[in-house]
Design a protein around this ligand. Sequence first.
Ligand code: IMP
Length: 202
Amino acid sequence: MARLFDHDRLVIASHNPGKVSEIADLVRPFGVEVISAADLNLDEPEETGTTFADNALLKAHAAAKAANLPALADDSGLVVNALAGAPGVYSARWAGADKDFMVAMEKVEELLRGSEDRSSMFVCALALAWPDGHADVFEGFIEGEITWPPRGDMGFGYDPIFTADGEDITFAEMEPAKKHTISHRADAFQKLVSAYFGEPNA
Ligand code: IMP
């Protein structure tokens, strides 16, 4: 299949080394070299969007323009149906300046108390922007429910209170390798890779 991504370099608009190396692993089979926003000293724009797609797009456009190369950005979070989608794009901010996710998880549980509907999902938007202003967005999901009390010590963020549909353990009790194959990020990546790259180089 023809390779649709026609550059050999891609900027990852993230200062998080974990995300940069995860994305580098994904695009390596396609012969694409990854450069991080930190390597290029790019500023991190403020996340002023009201949707995951908006925030991913604003980060990807800013990096593509500054680096004059295609740039990939992501934005993700937890959407709780009975809370009208909260914490949503504010998922990181609910943990406060100390990034204390126990505080954020307790807030979810407190607001949900008494609600029979504990359904929720993790969402990931990936945006790939080009220096000429073109951009595409791919959204991935994993559905599940909020469980209480928190369980498990793997993963990060809201993982200890999220149980994916069909599982009886939380994301924080699941082997990371398994989580990475079923997660919202994996879903979004699969959509991006099949749209842009087709089959890996032989
Ligand atoms: P960002 O996309 O790096 O801004 O992350 C947004 C926030 O969403 C994170 O700080 C976490 O709170 C939450 N989040 C996103 N993905 C996950 C996940 O896979 N597990 C747990 N929390 C997540």
